[in-house]
Design a protein around this ligand. Sequence first.
Ligand SMILES: [Zn+2]
Length: 311
Amino acid sequence: MTGLVFILVGIIGAISKPFGGSPGYGDGDEPHPGYVGLERVPVSDDWFEVHIVAPGVLAISEPFQWQEVVSYLITGSERALLFDTGMGISSISSVVRELTSLPVTVLNSHTHFDHIGGNAEFDRILAMDTEYTRHSALGIANSEVREEVSPEAVRRPLPEGVDPSTYRISPFEVTQYIADGHRIDLGDRELEVVSIPGHTPDSIALLESDTGFLWTGDTFYEGPIWLFVPETDLVAYEESLERLVGLVPRLTTLFPAHEAPKANPRRLEELRNALALVKAGKAEGEDTGDGRIEYGFGAFSLLMDGSDRVG
Ligand SMILES: [Zn+2]
């Protein structure tokens, strides 16, 4: 890619695709600051990058695509959990097989396209029992996701065999529907599902009480948080944030689903306060030019529908 394309990607990204606004490799080859200091695990498919973010927790990122999505492989003594499966542009199951020989269960932070792309490659999938989830499991058509593999969306050639005219999110089969409070036993570690509807009806966080780890999905990450899609319910989102803020005293680390793979739990309080300011009409928003308003709060921003009336 030329410098010009990088600039164009930056401009287009800033306007229409928030994650493109701060691509993983900046305007040169500098890694995303959120990855500096993390140990890299080599894998044979260079579409993905794998970093150790905690003992037994690997961040599997796709830094060359503008969503900059992060999936997590959490390994216990007997089983592993793959929390999200990314874009489905390259085979995440091949990467996972290189990283662990344990049986792998998939669970999604929510079922937006950028987190379920590789689900069809796995035969054990847990999912929240919502209508929204059942609909997502039918797959997502090329017409809705082809922009995600357009030249503007990627910073390097697509993996061999990926054709923008046929790329889609494959349907997948849920093996077990679960609900709030569901516990996942990986042998020597246990994870708990925390239902946090809002961003989507099926959004969850994953809590490991022993370590104070919380995987936040798209409910929180250090970037522009999407709150403008029709399936987002801002009232539910606010309630869910309140629930997460209640967990903060027990937390040590957040693992978000985009951009930097680690964050300070205090950010959840900042996000709750930021949303309250927006709701009260006390935050300064910037028109993004495409019907959305972005409210900046330093490490993150809230990207809302310009016609939304919060509260
Ligand atoms: Zn996402």
